[in-house]
Write a protein that binds this ligand. Structure first.
Ligand SMILES: [Zn+2]
Length: 85
């Protein structure tokens, strides 16, 4: 169980900001469940909406991660240099 939680909440090693929160994973799971439950021709519109939300959520997260890494770029480089010594 502990392993599962640590997998769901990853903190940035540099600033300890949570990188992928439990809420984020839960939101994704919920949307995926909704999509599965609506797997029916008549719910096509609903499913498209859920898919769109899911895509948006993932894209936003990816963008966040990229920005986060860019913010730490100098720190990361310094650490890598220190490790290479
Ligand atoms: Zn950070």
């Amino acid at each position: 169980m502990t392993e599962e939680i640590s997998e769901l909440t990853t903190d940035c090693p540099l600033c300890h900001r949570p990188l992928a929160s439990k809420e984020y994973h839960q939101a994704i799971k919920e949307l995926e469940n909704k999509i599965q439950q609506n797997y029916d021709e008549k719910n096509k519109m609903k499913n498209e909406e859920f898919n769109r939300q899911l895509k948006e959520l993932k894209e936003r997260h990816e963008k966040d991660m990229k920005e986060h890494r860019i913010n730490h770029e100098t720190q990361i480089k310094k650490i890598e240099l220190d490790l290479a010594k």
